[in-house]
Design a binder for this molecule. Structure first.
Ligand code: PMT
Length: 424
């Protein structure tokens, strides 16, 4: 979940038995890449100590509204300005009431009043307090002001009652917060992505393949979803779980990958080919295991279909992004592919022994990308593949929008009518 990377999340903790769950929430927010600061109310201190939150957040906890030391360092206005979003979890009935009234009676309520960023609350209280008309009115009023309500969940409560009032699980809160940062730049668009290696059968137990792990393609699928796209991911055999909200089609060989792409390309606005497709396959996959009784064995190979080139030829309206993995002359070969396949963009990465920074790129956690398009280029320096994917999607979107504007200016319709597209 990369929407939260480098985001400043201010967590308010109020007096509730669920306060202990807020420590896990801090941990998960940090795992998602967010920087977290914690503000505790006096009531929260009855359930969990500030030391707990200091340890998990890595920062001192803020508690007092009028604290000369805090004001000098980060007082209530600085905290309100610092936050990209505020989440109050757990939010007690008393805190919701104070928030609804616009009170500034302690540090947390004051920060919430001063902040101009998104505010979310995850209530936790006894079920009868939650259904009390006073709380119902307060929550309705908060929602009318645009405050995001997360939960509460139903179930057995610490007091023994059963019903709505349990704080939502931390992982759900993290997901809802991440949604606040979705960019939406690809809303309404469908992105088809190939990822991973292909395997070309030699016999029932052996194959030709390469070291692609699928990480680059899967990261791009996740980043495209975050940008609001519908994503179809055609993946060779890899050991990765599909990112949430991605439709995954699993294939083994290049021919299967070509068929899967052909079956869905009609739906795509953008095609991103990160897969390391085997260029050749054995002409004849033997039906039985080859015996090792000969001193030499010759395999005859034949060329696989070039999936990307086929898409561009037969679906010129689809915005095509190719990848180029090269051991030498990165830019020269990448530009040659851009030209030869008539792509809108090519993304080049160094592989093999020369790719020392990235530990070889294939299978590694990091990468560095050079992006080329007709008349321009961008360089994305060494970073995790997840971070690079989040940087690359805006580059693709910008070129995609530019192409549509140019085509509109010339009166050309870029996207072919679905029915008129030939199959690849
Ligand atoms: O999966 P990872 O471990 O994260 O590694 C990522 C990666 C190194 C595999 C990825 O970043 C990458 O560079 N993928 C393309 C590698 C490659 O095989 O490049 P190529 O030069 O052979 O192919 C050029 C382009 O044509 C690619 O977009 C490829 O997907 C496409 N192609 C190639 C051959 C073929 N038969 N069909 C294709 O569609």
């Amino acid at each position: 979940m990369t929407q939260l990377a480098n985001k400043h999340i201010l967590l308010g903790v109020t007096g509730s038995i669920a306060a202990y769950k807020a420590a896990d929430l801090v941990r998960r927010l940090r795992e998602a890449g967010a920087e977290v600061r914690v503000v505790m109310t006096e009531g929260a201190g009855e359930f969990v100590t500030p030391m707990t939150f200091q340890a998990v957040s890595g920062h001192p906890v803020h508690q007092d509204l009028l604290d000369a030391d805090a004001e000098a360092a980060m007082g209530h206005i600085e905290l309100a300005r610092w936050a990209d979003a505020i989440i109050v979890a757990p939010a007690s009935a008393d805190f919701l009431a104070r928030l609804a009234q616009g009170r500034a009676s302690d540090l947390l309520s004051t920060v919430c009043l001063a902040a101009e960023r998104p505010l979310a609350v995850a209530p936790a209280m006894n079920t009868h307090m939650w259904t009390n008309p006073a709380t119902v009115d307060n929550v309705r009023s908060l929602q009318q002001r645009g405050i995001l309500l997360i939960g509460p969940d139903e179930g057995e409560q610490a007091c023994g009652d059963v019903g709505a009032g349990r704080m939502s699980p931390p992982e759900q809160i993290v997901t809802r917060l991440a949604d606040l940062f979705s960019t939406g730049s690809l809303t309404g668009k469908t992105v088809l992505i190939t990822a991973g290696p292909t395997r070309e059968a030699i016999d029932p137990v052996r194959y030709l393949s390469n070291h692609s792990s699928g990480k680059m393609g899967f990261s791009l699928a996740e980043a495209a979803v975050e940008a609001g796209a519908r994503v179809i991911l055609v993946s060779g055999p890899v050991n990765l779980a599909a990112p949430a909200h991605v439709e995954r089609l699993e294939v083994i060989s290049a021919q299967q990958m070509a068929a899967a792409v052909a079956s869905r390309i009609d739906e795509a606005d953008i095609f991103i080919a990160t897969a390391a497709v085997a260029d050749y396959r054995p002409s004849r996959a033997r039906p039985e295991k080859i015996k090792k009784d000969q001193s030499h064995l010759t395999l005859e190979l034949e060329k696989n279909p070039d999936i990307l080139a086929g898409v561009k030829q037969q679906h010129p309206g689809v915005f095509c992004v190719g990848f180029a993995a090269e051991t030498t002359d990165l830019e020269r070969y990448a530009r040659a592919k851009l030209e030869a396949k008539q792509l809108e963009m090519v993304v080049a990465n160094q592989v093999g022994p020369a790719a020392t920074d990235t530990d070889g790129t294939f299978g590694s956690e990091t990468n560095a990308l050079q992006v080329f398009w007709p008349g321009g280029e961008a360089h994305l320096p060494l970073a995790s593949k997840a971070q690079l994917a989040r940087q690359l999607i805006p580059v693709i979107v910008s070129r995609y929008e530019q192409r549509d504007r140019t085509a509109a200016g010339k009166g050309k319709i870029v996207k072919l009518n679905q029915a008129s597209r030939p199959k690849i």
